[in-house]
Design a protein around this ligand. Sequence first.
Ligand code: FUL
Length: 501
Amino acid sequence: MANLKRFRLVVVLTVTGALLSQSMANQGSVTPPAPYGSVPSPRQLDHAKLETYAFIHFTVNTFTDREWGLGNEDESVFDPSHFDADQIVLSLKAAGLKGAVLTCKHHDGFCLWPTATTSHNVSKSKWLNGKGDVVKAISDACKRHGLKFGVYVSPWDRNNAKYGKPEYVDLYRAQVTELLTHYGPIFEVWHDGANGGTGYYGGANENRSIERRTYYDWPTTWDLVRKLQPDANVFSDIGPDLRWVGNEEGHAAETSWATYDPAGLDHDAAAPGYSDYQNAPEGTPHGKQWLPAECDVSIRPGWFWHAAENGRVKSPDELFDLYTKSVGRGASLILNVPPNREGRVDDADVKSLAGFGEVLRQTFRHNLADHAHLTASNVRGNAHAFEARALLSTDPKRYWATDDAVTSGSVEIDLGGDKSFDLIRLREPIKYGQRIEAFAMDAWKDGAWKEIATATTIGNCRILKLKEAVRTSKVRLRVEKSPAAILLYGFGLYQQAKSVG
Ligand code: FUL
């Protein structure tokens, strides 16, 4: 009798235990993975969701046909004949760009807003009899059309008499303060690295070099940005939120880490305009600082509008190619679109932007793997929450994950019939850091697996462009190297849409 009771107890306990662990697994109460290494701040995480946004280069250079103004331009030269902020912003929106960063002040020192810091500004121009404010017009149009707004404010000022003296740094901060307090939420503050040289400097017409490491005392300016616009991401050669990718051609490196530990030119501390940017394209593998790359490029050869470049606007296919080499390598893309002398975006640029937007929308509209059946070599705690199917999720909160001890593995994706694709996309939920160092894709061909692509990093987004379209009923993702558990989502197979025109 006693034995029978014990037997019953064991059966009850075992069954309850099994049910409990099954329901735990189903509810996903298996320990979630711990973050790995350096992770993004909440503001960096938000920024990573944007992927593409615009640059707007517009100032006296538009009217003088220069790339770098000298600083001696008469304010009256700034006189757009049909300025239309809505037309500008809507042309960006058609390309799917999520924000716009305006050159509020370029190196020539002319301010596109009626600043109190210098008379070299838009209020002294002929445009709208000096009553206009380009910063207000563009930021308001961005609000109207649902784009974020950001400011480029050049530290180098070839007009200002104080440039090179300590007082100029206070004046620069006063300009930053005006821009960050009068125009609503700012998503990005752009500090370029061009620093010092010849200029007008209030009539001195001389060469002024500055001590790049110390002159601007950048940490104080960044503290000011944090105080005035805590959600804004600060861009410079070395961050603190976004790093320059090291070229102005709009692409990140094949291997691209969001982590980056910048060094100065003499192995000392780095500063904007004083960094050894050799490693900026790749970043620092498993580095200490989360500092993702931003890829800057212009839709035309120059940053500013030049009539001579009207026939050299990048096509939708060229823009899509840059997209796969920037966003598709885990970075963000800031695409410059310079308004012309009318104060509008030229027809050719408008057409190309719309074409690019259309290619993007059509290409990623339909994931050919959406209804696939997925089987993984390992699922974290066998939990529903981390199952193979979560690889298809488009929400970073749901992802396929392996057990902590499992740092390589594969997922078979049965497409349930033949599908043709030439693009493969996948993502790491970067909230938990960037991990993957090597992975490959196979396709089922004539009864065996055949490798169709290999790559290194993934990060926020990886897009693999195949040399030619692959037609198959089954693909396999193989993660070959990761320093910690594998976490992936956003897997998709796509066929690049044809651009019209
Ligand atoms: C650089 C500047 O010198 C160029 O004129 C342009 O504004 C580019 C985006 O940044 O530092």
